[in-house]
Design a protein around this ligand. Structure first.
Ligand code: FUB
Length: 342
């Protein structure tokens, strides 16, 4: 006969089945969940999707978000609290539209919300807003962070060091830059995309300075290599970086995960330093319902979780809902690929 499960294991299993792959929030649309453990709870910093008249295009104009809400939960499977509006577009002096995927960090009891928005010239920059509480409300700095460009900021913390990762192609405009300078005349989604056999565009990383509001160094490109040590090429659509860079550390290895955009995977690569280089390994998450795929990975009470989104509630790409599922690092250091459940 089967051994009896202890009631503790049974409880954990039923909590797990309650949250795994189910929308975490149903009263508003949410996407791009960046999760962190602050004050012993899971805090999630997502985009807030809204219905809009803006027509869909390859620059993502239909993602026309205007504010952020912050969510928390005491335990996976527990109640998800909506802490309300944490930051509004109208309160960001330099921004004009499109509050896209944010992330947050804590330092010395202060909380920093990093967020992308288009400036008054319609160019994506990354801003920062500050609060005394993880849930905000946050007060935006008057200018974007000098030296940043493109979108999808993510903060990786290691001890006293905080690294800002960012970048994304097409709607994220990364293809409009050369040597980190905007090239005049580039306007469309493919302007500046390298030829198929050339090195793909890669995400960027820079250490933040002690103030958390400025870069301490010039951003550096993070190289993603294939298993022969060659940079992933622009035509290798199933493996090349598109957007949504995220970093975590497991054992003594650094994991860079990212969306492959038009092939809809969350892929990952492993390296020995936050600056890379990283070697491509495979997929963390298979394509979800909806065009975009965007995630974060966080450890809570000894277990690892993937936070992601799909379009289960709306059935349409710009109205997404965040979800989470347990993530497994296999004994050889690889991540067990997660199949989304809709
Ligand atoms: O939510 C707007 C954009 O869609 C994000 O910034 C991208 O990563 C994609 O998920």
């Amino acid at each position: 006969s089967q051994p009896q499960k202890s009631s503790e294991a049974g409880d954990a299993e039923s909590a797990q089945s309650k949250f795994a792959h189910s929308p975490l929030v149903e009263h508003i649309y949410t996407a791009d969940p960046s999760a962190h453990v602050f004050e012993g709870k899971i805090y999630i910093y997502p985009s807030h999707d809204i219905e809009t008249e803006v027509e869909e295009d390859d620059m993502g104009s239909h993602f026309d978000m205007k504010d952020y809400h912050v969510f928390s939960m005491e335990q996976p499977g527990g109640e998800v609290t909506d802490h309300g509006v944490a930051l509004k577009l109208e309160d960001v002096p330099w921004a004009s539209r499109q509050l896209w995927a944010p992330d947050a960090a804590e330092k010395d009891g202060k909380y920093y919300l990093y967020f992308p928005a288009k400036d008054k010239e319609d160019i994506f920059k990354i801003g920062v807003a500050i609060s005394d509480r993880p849930e905000g409300p946050f007060t935006a700095e008057p200018e974007p962070i000098a030296g940043t460009f493109s979108m999808d900021p993510a903060v990786y913390q290691e001890g006293e060091d905080y690294f800002l990762l960012f970048g994304g192609i097409w709607g994220g405009q990364l293809q409009w830059y050369e040597d980190q300078k905007l090239v005049e005349g580039r306007k469309g989604p493919t302007d500046g995309i390298p030829a198929d056999e050339e090195k793909a565009l890669m995400p960027y990383i820079a250490k933040l300075d002690g103030s958390m509001t400025e870069l301490a160094e010039q951003p550096k490109e993070i190289l993603i290599l294939d298993d022969e040590g060659n940079p992933i090429t622009a035509g290798d659509n199933a493996k090349r970086f598109f957007e949504a860079a995220w970093m975590h550390k497991y054992g003594d290895k650094y994991y860079l995960s990212y969306s492959t955009g038009d092939t809809h995977f969350i892929a990952y690569a492993i390296g020995d330093s936050p600056y890379g280089p990283f070697t491509y390994q495979g997929n963390v998450l298979e394509p979800v319902e909806g065009w975009t795929n965007h995630h974060s990975i966080a450890e809570f009470e000894g277990k690892w979780y993937l936070f992601y989104h799909d379009t289960e509630l709306s059935g349409v790409t710009p109205l997404r809902n965040i979800k989470m599922a347990e993530l497994t690092h296999l004994p050889d250091g690889k991540i067990q690929t997660i199949q989304p459940v809709n």
